[in-house]
Ligand binder design. Structure first.
Ligand code: CP3
Length: 359
């Protein structure tokens, strides 16, 4: 643990509280709390990344995981899209596998492929390789979040982590997977071991989120990118309790919960304890609002490929999305998944301008 001050609070708490106060009145935080906003807030998943020439220039010669553990690089890369697009929130530059690497799992992020794990998870003995994450495992995260909240002022910083199912998929498959066959075989075939694995991953994930919150992020997003592979009943039985434990442990900031292809899971993902449910582009936001039910904000959901269409088509779709978002108690505009590397940054800039201009 980080040393405590005389009154028992963590030494980071003054800076953390200052950052939280500075961003409390932002459109993004207000929308997450389902409060009235001056304009619909907008940010983009993967807004920091290969679509930006300044990102490609900065990353030249530095591997992804190396970049994620270098506070100066993390800080600069996180700020790049805020400067260029004027988005309403920054997202901390890292990756969902960073906490696993930090606790000693042998893995790498292979360019153009994604996370690759040297020894996939197979047996009960493999649980020993998944100890809890403490702040000492990730000092570069604390350092970068603190530097960022200082730089960002009134612009909120979103922290994030991978949810237990999606992390389990990378660990069990050993890398990216289309069908998640080995993951599901473990889940359905060895439910006790599955539950033990997800319990370990939930502990790691909430530890990683706690470090970011204690350093000053204003909200968190829990990415369960691949959980759309499951039917709702199995999501509730095998996954939701673990995601719920994570989300309950970080209730001091707004919690966004997102996955791809989760049209059938939207209600249950909200019930896992999210304040904001992220929606991919397959479900119209107005339908998503019905499925999710009252008491939640929504985030989404312009198709990330749509920005390759002619300007007038993009403009129409942005307006449609804003219009549908009005059915929600709170709406954070976003893409339905991450920015594609081939995206023209000017197209995203126009989206931000349209969202801020309103209908
Ligand atoms: O701007 C942001 O959104 C913050 C940065 C961020 C990254 N990864 C950086 C990254 C975030 C939020 C993530 C989360 C992440 N990582 C998820 C959940 C979000 C989602 O897309 O569903 C997942 C599933 C991963 C795993 C992962 N890491 C993948 C699939 C890839 C892409 C592989 C490739 O090269 O196409 C990565 C690598 C990665 N993470 C990159 C970035 C910018 C690209 C690598 C690079 O720039 O060198």
């Amino acid at each position: 643990m980080v040393g405590m001050t005389a009154d028992g609070s963590a030494p980071t708490s003054a800076a953390r509280n200052a950052a939280r106060t500075a961003t409390r009145e932002s459109a993004f935080v207000k929308a997450c709390h389902r409060e009235p906003v001056p304009h619909t807030p907008v940010w983009f998943m993967r807004q920091a990344g290969r679509a930006l020439p300044e990102y490609r220039a900065l990353r030249e010669g530095t591997e992804m995981l190396q970049a994620c553990t270098t506070p100066d690089l993390v800080t600069e890369i996180t700020l790049q899209p805020v400067r260029r697009y004027g988005v309403d929130a920054a997202i901390f530059f890292s990756d969902i596998v960073v906490p696993l690497k930090a606790i000693g799992v042998d893995l790498d992020i292979v360019p153009g492929v994604g996370p690759v794990v040297a020894q996939p998870f197979r047996t009960e003995q493999d649980l020993d390789r998944l100890p809890a994450l403490t702040p000492e495992h990730v000092p570069y995260v604390t350092e970068a979040v603190q530097a960022l909240t200082g730089e960002l002022g009134a612009t909120p910083l979103i922290g994030f982590a991978g949810a237990p199912f999606t992390l389990a998929s990378y660990l069990v498959e050993g890398g990216p997977s289309k069908n998640h066959a080995a993951t599901k075989a473990l889940m359905y075939g060895q439910p006790a071991l599955w539950s033990a694995l997800l319990d370990r991953l939930a502990t790691i994930t909430l530890g990683f989120l706690r470090v970011q919150i204690d350093a000053g992020v204003s909200a968190v997003q829990l990415f369960d990118s691949w959980v759309g592979a499951l039917p709702a009943a199995d999501y509730r039985a095998y996954v939701q309790p673990h995601s719920a434990r994570v989300l309950a442990a970080v209730a001091d900031v707004p919690r966004i919960h997102f996955g791809v292809g989760t049209g059938e899971l939207l209600h249950d993902m909200g019930q896992a304890g999210a304040d904001v449910v992220g929606v991919d582009w397959r479900v119209p936001l107005s339908d998503a609002v019905q499925r999710i039910g009252p008491g939640k904000a929504v985030q989404g959901n312009l198709d990330p490929t749509l920005v390759f269409a002619p300007e007038e088509v993009v403009a129409r779709k942005v307006r449609e999305t804003l219009e549908q978002g009005r059915a929600a108690e709170g709406h954070v505009f976003n893409l339905g998944h991450g920015v594609l590397p081939e995206t023209d940054p000017d197209a995203l800039l126009r989206v931000v301008e349209l969202v801020h201009a309103g209908l």
